[in-house]
Design a protein around this ligand. Structure first.
Ligand SMILES: [Zn+2]
Length: 206
């Protein structure tokens, strides 16, 4: 029996403006849902309880996502809830190709399970994805908190939001369209969740 309750939080919705590559061929909402569905299969096979904030292709709103996640946590009082939100980044709002590249991991305020995940995940990314920059918003993980921008990071659960690649950068977009890259991202997210699970299990058994 795994201790973590994994709450998957897919990005945006089909009808949301922007949130796509400048030429429109990449859609963030779809990429996020495709990855999270694969991650759900892998996690379920490992014995995790996996739930979703939103099982539709539509945007339900950040406040609703947060409330649903809080409820899901309450429905599983014996588990430790961890919300995983998966996005693609963009460095501008108008549809133009831009220079910024890389991956960022945002975590809940304070030192929580999400920071344990971020540490493992970022370590793994650096090992196998040197061509993608790690964007560091702050030098220490205790300061890696901009939760005011991310309502889903403010609930009664530990949450992380991964901005995986810039959809308005040609090089990053070619990675996001590469099935091998997508599979590696899925696997590394699952591996890092396993690391979190092991860390928590060890802490709780002491
Ligand atoms: Zn997004």
């Amino acid at each position: 029996m795994k201790r973590l309750l994994i709450i998957l939080d897919p990005a945006h919705g089909e009808e949301v403006e922007g949130k796509r590559s400048p030429d429109g061929r990449h859609r963030e909402y779809r990429w996020s849902r495709e990855r999270l569905k694969q991650i759900e299969l892998l996690l379920t096979a490992c014995g995790y309880t996996v739930v979703w904030t939103n099982t539709t292709d539509a945007e339900i709103g950040l406040t609703k996502r947060k409330n649903v996640a809080t409820q899901l946590g309450k429905q599983h009082p014996d588990l430790v809830p961890l919300l995983v939100s998966l996005h693609n980044d963009a460095s501008g709002v108008t549809p133009e190709w831009r220079q910024a590249r890389g991956v960022s991991v945002w975590t809940s305020k304070g030192r929580t399970t999400s920071d344990i995940f971020a540490d493992y995940f970022i370590q793994r990314i650096q090992e196998w994805m040197p061509e993608v920059q790690r964007r560091i918003y702050s030098p220490t993980y205790l300061d890696r908190d901009f939760e005011n921008d991310f309502t889903v990071l403010m609930g009664d659960y530990s949450a992380l939001l991964i901005e995986c690649g810039f959809q308005d950068n040609r090089e990053d977009l070619s990675l996001l369209e590469d099935p091998k890259f997508c599979k590696r991202i899925e696997d590394r997210i699952v591996d890092s969740i396993e690391d979190c699970e092991n860390y928590i299990t060890q802490k709780l058994s002491k």
